[in-house]
Design a protein around this ligand. Structure first.
Ligand SMILES: Nc1ncnc2c1ncn2[C@@H]1O[C@H](COP(=O)(O)OP(=O)(O)OP(=O)(O)O)[C@@H](O)[C@H]1O
Ligand SMILES: [Mg+2]
Length: 365
């Protein structure tokens, strides 16, 4: 599961990526600084792991992780090959969801490719390029389907869908907001892998001064929030520059730094958690003295497949799972106490694993 960091050149994508991954990707004050996409693995903050770690006197804590890709900046005309155009678009096609970084900070020293700070204009520029690229995909598909549709009912049905989606995009709308209840149509649509169908989170990159009120007094951020509400997306206010500094601190220093800024959690932590959620991911947990660990599954995964994340033998030889919810376990204070109260459940192969379930698998191969 991968998220792509997308936006105009020089808006702070690499700075954000660096603080996310501490990978030291090159960030610099000039457009197109990033050419090859940088991929970094980011751990998902989860307070529950620390609590369990103390309960079990654990030696090792292993959090869940997701991948972020720092993608080259996009300019007007990218879909026609401007800037790093097509390469950029191909990189986006490979990700599962998008973090769209929008410049909301004023700083005359940092070049804006369009000369001024205007977050909504920037969002439209990016969206238009994504839409153009999707239209090309649809047109190629239409050209193929037209011939087939003359004597093939299924192809005719698909052609109808293609034309409707095309008309939708031509109104400058994203494929994300195209709705169909028809299962064939949903499957076709998913198969086109359209850029504008991918889920999006906006990261409003503000100056340090705008952090205290979470960007409320920044008119650019206000506009992004309104737009995101219409499009059913989340917005997170971050200051990429500060996050980069924070990411170099140890935990105690970090807490002091955040206290000084009047923040409980860094914007980045919120962004990572939301990204995980956006991908439809949840964690089940395993706990013991050797390690406490979060395992990533998609929502709706059943017990044997969840077990398979640990080892394929666990899935193949699955017998049952012993499950206790995180909240029940914490309330009881220990695994033994939870067992006494009958809160450790035995679940079979049809059990749908929930976020925060603490699992122990019984298997036989
Ligand atoms: N919130 C912020 N406030 C002030 N300066 C910032 C902020 N975020 C990033 N910058 C600065 O903006 C400049 C551009 O940042 P960065 O290299 O991360 O942009 P980019 O989007 O990756 O650009 P490119 O598309 O060229 O790769 C850097 O000098 C960085 O320090
Ligand atoms: Mg960059």
């Amino acid at each position: 599961m991968k998220l792509g960091i997308v936006g105009l050149p020089n808006v702070g994508k690499s700075t954000l990526f660096n603080s996310l991954t501490k990978a030291g990707a090159e960030s610099a004050n000039y457009p197109f600084c990033t050419i090859d996409p940088n991929v970094g693995v980011v751990t998902v903050p989860d307070e529950r792991l620390n609590v369990l770690g103390e309960m079990y006197h654990t030696k090792k804590i292993i959090p869940a992780a997701i991948e972020f890709v720092d993608i080259a900046g996009l300019v007007k005309g990218a879909s026609k090959g401007e800037g790093l155009g097509n390469q950029f678009l191909a990189n986006i096609r490979e990700v599962d969801a998008i973090v769209h970084v929008v410049r909301c900070f004023e700083n005359t020293n940092i070049v804006h490719v369009d000369g001024s700070i205007d977050p909504m204009r920037d969002i439209e520029t990016i969206n238009l390029e994504l839409i153009f690229s999707d239209l090309e995909v649809l047109e190629r598909r239409i050209a193929k389907t037209v011939k087939l549709s003359r004597n093939d009912k299924t192809a005719a049905k698909e052609l109808d869908l293609l034309n409707r989606v095309k008309a939708h995009l031509e109104e400058n709308k994203l494929a994300k907001s195209f709705v169909t209840d028809d299962e064939d149509e949903q499957a076709w649509l998913a198969g086109y892998n359209l850029l504008t169908a991918k889920p999006v989170i906006f990261a409003a990159n503000v100056s340090e001064d705008d952090l205290a009120d979470d960007g409320a007094s920044n008119t650019g951020v206000q506009a992004v929030r309104e737009y995101a509400k219409e499009e059913d997306c989340e917005v997170f206010v971050v200051c990429a520059e500060i996050e980069e500094e924070i990411s170099q601190l140890d935990d105690d220093e970090k807490k002091m730094f955040l206290d000084d800024l009047g923040l409980e959690e860094s914007g980045l932590e919120k962004l990572i958690k939301a990204s995980y959620h956006l991908l439809g991911l949840i964690s089940y947990l395993t706990a013991g003295e050797p390690e406490v660990r979060a395992w990533t599954i998609t929502r709706g995964t059943k017990a044997p497949q969840a077990a398979g994340k640990i080892h394929s033998d666990f899935e193949r030889g699955f017998i049952r799972a012993e499950v206790v919810s995180y909240d029940d376990l914490i309330e009881c204070g220990s695994h033994a106490a939870a067992k006494e109260k009958g809160l450790i459940r035995l679940e079979g192969k049809d059990y749908v694993v929930q976020d925060g379930d603490i699992m122990l698998f019984r298997f036989n191969v």
